[in-house]
Design a binder for this molecule. Structure first.
Ligand code: ATP
Ligand code: MG
Length: 214
């Protein structure tokens, strides 16, 4: 039997993927939140899950260390998608990529006046492209997390970040001023693995495809 490795991140991606895996007849033997194991076996002897950082999922699949993976569009845009086949939008882990500013900052007029804006973000590619399309000059400051803090301590005028309910923004006296794009997670497949392991991968792809909720 062909061995299949699937790369996933803990948290919302794992939670939203578990029902899709179940639809494909794949059940993890351990709970990644409770276990410290990075390789989880499943009820199927030939299928294993590897638990990695969300932003590392495309890298594992690109190099064939995993055959399949689930990654957010946010992560895929930053990675670039080299060596990846992206056949399915799974419509899970949905949120929006937004520009947000501190309450009281007049973003519209700053943009109108052609001000140079300092933007803190984890998503350099996406932010660069968004502001270039708008013709807004920006200095991008790369952060790895807690972007909401940056405008509060004078590190940036605005942030580009993922927003779902907006409660984190609100708790930090920020609000969204622009939607860049809707975000959801996709199934990604190593291009070589899809050719060499088609018989094992295709049924998983079909089961996912049938289980997607709109
Ligand atoms: P880490 O927390 O390890 O630094 P991360 O923040 O990228 O990494 P998660 O918070 O688990 O990891 O997010 C994983 C994916 O879930 C993101 O890449 C994105 O696609 C999606 N996501 C992130 N934040 C939200 C949100 N607020 N609502 C819905 N989906 C989200
Ligand atoms: Mg996170």
């Amino acid at each position: 039997m062909t061995d299949i490795t699937i790369a996933l991140s803990k948290g919302r991606i794992f939670d939203d993927t578990a029902p899709l895996l179940a639809a494909a007849g794949i059940i993890a033997q351990d709970d990644p939140e409770a276990s410290r194991k990075l390789i989880l076996s499943t009820n199927r002897a030939n299928v294993r899950l590897v638990i990695v950082r969300a932003s590392d999922v495309p890298t594992y699949v690109q190099y064939g260390a995993a055959d399949l993976g689930i990654a957010g569009k946010d992560v895929l845009l930053e990675h670039g998608g080299d060596g990846l086949y992206q056949p399915l939008d799974l419509n899970i882990a949905r949120c929006r990529m937004m520009v947000a500013v501190p309450d009281g900052f007049d973003y519209e007029s700053a943009v109108r006046q052609g001000a140079r804006l300092r933007i803190a973000t984890k998503y350099l590619q996406t932010a660069r492209e968004h502001f270039a399309d708008k013709g807004v000059h920006v200095d991008l400051i790369k952060l790895y997390g807690s972007m909401e803090l940056a405008p509060l301590v004078g590190l940036a005028d605005a942030i580009v970040d993922l927003v779902s309910t907006g409660s984190t923004l609100k708790a930090n006296y920020l609000h969204a001023v622009e939607e860049i794009m809707p975000i959801s997670s996709r199934l990604i497949i190593n291009q070589a693995a899809l050719k060499l392991k088609r018989k094992a991968i295709q049924p998983i792809l079909n089961a996912f495809s049938n289980a997607i909720k709109n």
